[in-house]
Design a protein around this ligand. Structure first.
Ligand code: C2E
Ligand code: CA
Ligand code: CA
Length: 866
């Protein structure tokens, strides 16, 4: 607005100036014009006007008389009708349009020209001036505009500069008074936001403090004041937080309860300014105190005078300095009752009923003595309380766990030692025989393998000995297992003494022993060792009841590498040699490849025996038994044969002894019994009711399940028990008389007839024989094959004895008529032998039965039978 006004004024002044100039020009020429007008000298007028026209600001001029008649004109002028005319028709302004009689100026607006009219007076030297006409001057408005344009630019420029300057001044002012304090505040806020205990804000707040002048009351200073207040409270909270944080860390690191309390006291001092603390129960019994007893104020020790746990002097090793006790008393005097300023219950296991009491100038209402705690302080205290309780609980648990751990470790140690002992014992047990303490089969095999490897590397020789005690079973059965054990121990001792330290003696199980004899390259050396070993058995073993036993053993030897190089082969050959030893009188035998080949083959055969049963390679042959007086067929003895697909018919003597030594004898016997039953049923079906005698080997005979097996078979075949006669060798019956008695009684009770086989070869006690429920005695074949004097006496005696005991007598091995006649004379009841018939298969036995006719009598001599 100011500028517009200025422009307006400027414009007016330019106009005025123009008018003044026009007035000046008019006045300068009024006299000349006056004279010329007076003289009506138009030429002079024209001349003067031409001169005027030359003045820069003059666009035109005219002179008129009183009648307004035009006396002269130059340039642009206005006629009486108000029209613009141009006196110079030749020099037409481009803005002028020329008509026939006048030139009409046609500017954009009517105000294009300023007009200044001056009255022209003529003054004679005597009289008063007389109006004679008018002179009008015209000036083009454009000139004014031209000048105004310049002024306009200047004025506007000045106005702009002024505004800018003003703006600058304003800015300066605004910046200094408003923005700076705000920036300070902002910086302070930022510094505060980054502030922590360790990196205290580096912002210089002195400026801010200046702003927060307490005398000032403007908005900025109010803001600054409240900011400073806020800052202080925030920094305090940060400090508290750090304090609590540090406290938490320290508490978590503390290892004793004492340490826990010390940290609590130290940090609460920082947090709340307490002076000292005690831990006490509800009865004021003090458990811990941050001050030594001597420094505790009276009220704090009043109830704990008898507490000896409190330290008397300042033994606490801390950096915290305590104020003099009297200060504490003073503090206390602020408190109404004799209570601590602040009491925190300890909610930890093992601290039931205990509290931490803090003493110090906390926010205490001086009138009531009550604690004035803010909400925030309360929550901090809650956190602290939980922290203390947790730490103490943890410590307590840790102690318990540590104690338990120690206990556990002790126990583990103890158990480990025990285990190690047991382990060592087990290890020993695992590879040793518990009875003789000799290495067992496992250890023996192990050593054998090692010895093989060593001997292979160093080209050494060694021997494997397989040792079998003879008649051990008899000892066991007759004298009991304790006696058997004693014999085993004694024999193993004697053998061990007879061997060198480098040799290994092992108990392989039962009455089997084995030995490894190292570095034996000569047979002669072995002979010596063996003779020594065997001779060690010459001395009788005295049992506990005083009875004496002469031990005996068979030893078979195989040599590495002469006979075999693998442990299995060595063992097998030693075993074969051992069987061979049974037949020799030396008691030992060294494996002889040629001689033992057959034996070896049969030892291998025994492995096939089990399959032989299922493959039906076994058959029973039946040998007739006849009544001596009438020669009527009285029964059959079932004798087993093995029809081997490759080897042909194998006699029982070749495999039964091996079967007896192995587990095959059981199934074999079962098969024989069942086959005999089956055949008996067949005979029965054809109308022949006679007993079939079955041989029971000594080992099977004593097996407890046999009576049940037989009974089941008889039931299965619906066969009367009298059809199966059981042959038990004299030796088997005498070995364990009590057991034999029991089993024979069982069979007898079932209804099966019992026959004592091979009678005369053993040493039966007569008294014992009479007690057995027997049916017959079978005189051993050996008494009948040769007709010697002594044999005759034996046979006679047996027959008489049997009859005296009310037993039948069967004579085996009758090959000739003479023998038959002899037996007939002696009163023998039954006879069996090639003279009557060889063992025949079931088919031929049936045929034989059918051919005997109604009375079963055999046609003699039956020499065509095989
Ligand atoms: P053993 O019980 O004494 O059987 C009689 C043996 O004498 C049979 O031999 C028989 O063929 C043979 N023998 C019969 N009469 C004469 C004769 O006049 N002169 C001659 N020199 N011998 C005669 P075998 O069949 O070879 O049986 C031998 C042994 O095998 C039997 O002796 C018996 O102890 C055993 N044995 C046979 N079969 C079985 C069986 O099924 N189980 C069991 N455990 N042992 C059996
Ligand atoms: Ca027999
Ligand atoms: Ca016999």
């Amino acid at each position: 607005m100011v500028t517009s006004w200025q422009l307006y004024v400027e414009y007016n002044s330019i106009e005025k100036e123009l008018m003044v100039k026009l007035e000046g020009v008019a006045n300068s020429f009024k006299d000349g014009i006056g004279k010329a007008l007076w003289n009506i000298d138009n030429d002079s007028i024209a001349f003067i006007l031409a001169g005027i026209k030359k003045i820069e600001i003059i666009s035109g001029a005219k002179v008129t008389n009183l009648q307004n008649d035009l006396q002269g004109a130059v340039g642009v002028y206005v006629n009486n009708d108000g029209e613009y005319l141009n006196s110079n028709t030749n020099a037409v302004d481009s803005n002028l349009e020329v008509s026939q009689d006048k030139v009409i100026v046609r500017p954009e607006s009517a105000n294009n020209y300023y007009e200044y009219t001056l009255a022209i007076f003529f003054e004679e030297s005597t009289g008063a001036p007389e109006l004679i006409g008018f002179m009008s001057l015209y000036s083009n408005q454009a000139a004014v505009f031209q000048r105004f344009k310049k002024s306009f630019v200047i004025i506007i420029s000045i106005a702009l500069i002024k505004t800018f300057a003003l703006w600058l001044i304003f800015l300066y002012f605004a910046n200094n008074v408003v923005a700076k304090p705000l920036t300070d505040l902002a910086n302070a806020t930022e510094a505060l936001s980054k502030s922590d205990k360790l990196h205290r804000q580096p912002y210089n707040i002195s400026q801010l403090k200046l702003l927060a002048d307490p005398d000032k009351n403007d908005e900025i200073s109010t803001l600054a004041k409240s900011f400073l207040g806020m800052q202080n409270s925030i920094l305090e909270k940060i400090d508290n937080l750090y304090c609590i944080n540090e406290m938490a860390i320290k508490l978590s690191q503390s290892t004793t309860t004492k340490q826990v309390f010390e940290y609590v006291e130290r940090y609460l001092k920082t947090l709340f300014g307490c002076q000292f603390a005690i831990v006490a129960d509800k009865n004021n019994k003090v458990f811990w105190s941050s001050l030594p007893k001597s420094e505790l104020p009276a009220f704090a020790i009043k109830h704990s005078a008898d507490n000896d746990d409190l330290p008397d002097t300042k033994t606490h090793d801390r950096n915290i300095t305590y104020q003099h006790p009297s200060v504490a008393d003073q503090i206390h005097s602020l408190v109404k009752e004799e209570v601590a300023t602040l009491v925190l219950p300890i909610l930890a296991a093992g601290f039931e009923g205990k509290q931490i009491r803090f003493f110090g100038p906390l926010n205490i209402d001086r009138l009531t003595g009550d604690l004035q705690l803010t909400k925030e302080t309360k929550s901090v205290l809650q956190v602290v309380s939980v922290m203390i309780s947790n730490t103490l609980t943890n410590l307590n648990q840790r102690e318990v766990i540590e104690q338990q751990n120690e206990l556990l470790e002790e126990r583990v140690d103890e158990r480990t030692r025990e285990l190690a002992d047991v382990n060592a014992e087990l290890k020993h047990l695992a590879v040793h025989d518990p009875l003789t303490q000799l290495p067992n089969r496992t250890l023996f095999n192990d050593r054998l393998e090692q010895l093989i490897q060593l001997s292979e590397r160093e080209s050494r020789c060694f021997a494997v000995a397989s040792i079998d005690l003879t008649k051990f079973k008899l000892i066991n059965d007759n004298y009991g297992h304790d006696a058997g054990d004693l014999v085993l121990v004694e024999i193993s001792k004697r053998f061990a003494e007879g061997l060198r330290g480098t040799d290994t003696l092992a108990r392989m199980g039962g009455d089997e022993f084995a030995a490894l004899l190292s570095d034996t390259d000569k047979h002669r050396a072995i002979d010596t060792i063996m003779q020594q070993l065997i001779s060690r058995l010459d001395k009788p073993i005295v049992l506990q009841d005083g009875s004496q036993i002469m031990p005996n053993a068979n030893i078979g030897i195989a040599l590495y590498p002469d006979h075999a190089v693998t442990s299995e082969q060595l063992f097998k050959f030693a075993d074969i040699a051992m069987y061979n030893a049974k037949r020799s009188d030396k008691g030992y035998s060294i494996f002889c490849p040629d001689k033992n080949l057959q034996e070896q083959e049969f030892a291998e055969l025994i492995n096939e025996l089990e399959l032989a049963i299922t493959k039906q390679e076994l058959v029973l042959h039946y040998q007739p038994i006849v009544d001596v007086k009438t020669k009527i067929l009285n029964g059959f003895e079932a004798l087993i044969r093995w029809v081997h697909p490759v080897r042909g018919k194998i006699p029982p003597n070749m495999f039964i002894p091996h079967a007896e030594k192995s587990r095959h004898i059981g199934p074999l016997t079962h098969w024989v019994l069942s086959e005999a039953c089956r055949q008996s049923v067949k005979f029965e079906a054809e109308g022949f009711s006679l007993p079939i005698s079955v041989n029971l080997s000594p080992r099977v005979f004593t097996s407890p399940e046999l009576p049940d097996q037989l009974s089941a078979l008889l039931q299965q075949h619906k066969l009367p028990p009298s059809r199966i006669k059981l042959e038990i060798t004299e030796n088997a019956a005498m070995t364990n008389p009590n057991q034999a008695m029991e089993i024979i009684s069982k069979f007898s009770a079932m209804g099966c007839p019992i026959s004592i086989d091979d009678f005369g070869t053993g040493h039966s006690s007569l008294a014992y024989l009479t007690r057995l429920p027997l049916n017959e005695l079978k005189i051993d074949r050996s008494f009948l094959v040769s007709d010697s004097n002594s044999n005759r006496v034996v046979v006679e005696t047996i027959i008489e004895l049997a009859h005296a005991l009310d037993l039948k007598v069967v004579a085996e091995g009758i090959e000739t008529e003479d023998t038959y006649e002899l037996l007939k004379q002696r009163g023998c009841d039954y006879a069996q032998g090639y003279y009557f018939g060889r063992p025949i298969d079931a088919q031929r036995a049936m045929k034989l039965l059918k051919s005997t006719g109604d009375n079963n009598s055999l046609l003699l001599p039956p020499t065509n039978q095989t």
